[in-house]
Ligand binder design. Sequence first.
Ligand code: ARG
Length: 285
Amino acid sequence: MHPPRRATPRRYLMCPPTHFEVTYTINPWMNPAKPVDVPLAVAQWEDLRDRYRSLGHTVDELEPRPGLPDMVFAANGATVVDGRVLGARFAHRERAPEAPAHLEWFRAHGFPRVQEPVHVNEGEGDFAVTASYLLAGRGFRASPLSHAEAQEFFGRPVIGLDLVDPRYYHLDTALAVLDDRTDEIMYYPPAFSPGSREALRRLFPDALIATAEDAAAFGLNAVSDGLHVLLPQAATGLLEPLRERGFEPVPIDLSELLKGGGSVKCCTQELRSQGPPGVAGLTVG
Ligand code: ARG
């Protein structure tokens, strides 16, 4: 039996894909030869934003900047836990200017503890927050040194996980937190090194294990509020296992953004305030 499910109100930061395009390739999903339909990308993104709002969550919007086509993937711009903001430092120069844009937003919105990082980290692309841990990916983007930096800043135990498949270049393409009060996650084991797989098995023996098809449909790039799990609609194999565990899957069509190698979670940065989840905005902003 699963624990009772309860949605808690969240606060998210999102950035509209006004300037979205694929002009460079920094992950295997990006093909500049494939045209991008910006109005469609914007409509799909608005659908995700409106879905969050209709579920009772707060969505703040970051002003998109021309020349930064990946800025729509707002999850990468910072990590916010207990109201503390650790900025990003991007691995690729194409995305580097996104980091100061995020820092500026946090400073303008009254977040008292904002830290510019020394080591490369791409925000929630490689950091995932559970009740007990800060899970931290490495191998393609985040520097392993960023893990110690994050542990020191947030005061939460960091579990380093090695990513080995270039299609799953960020932790949030291979693992999603389903319940941040009970340490429940879902993930795709082949995206991780054998040792990291074993570590995940030890820490999360009851995790939902995704198939290759659902991982390839970006099904692990999902956002949960404790009850509703918003995920790419093509990841149909996850629907039943999620329902069996008491979650309510909410399929979202973000096919246009998949051309940039991102989906639901990549577009969504969670602004976690101090205290238990559900009091978003109480001590920050
Ligand atoms: N094109 C972007 C990149 O490769 C996609 C980022 C997706 N974001 C994420 N959180 N996985 O950096």
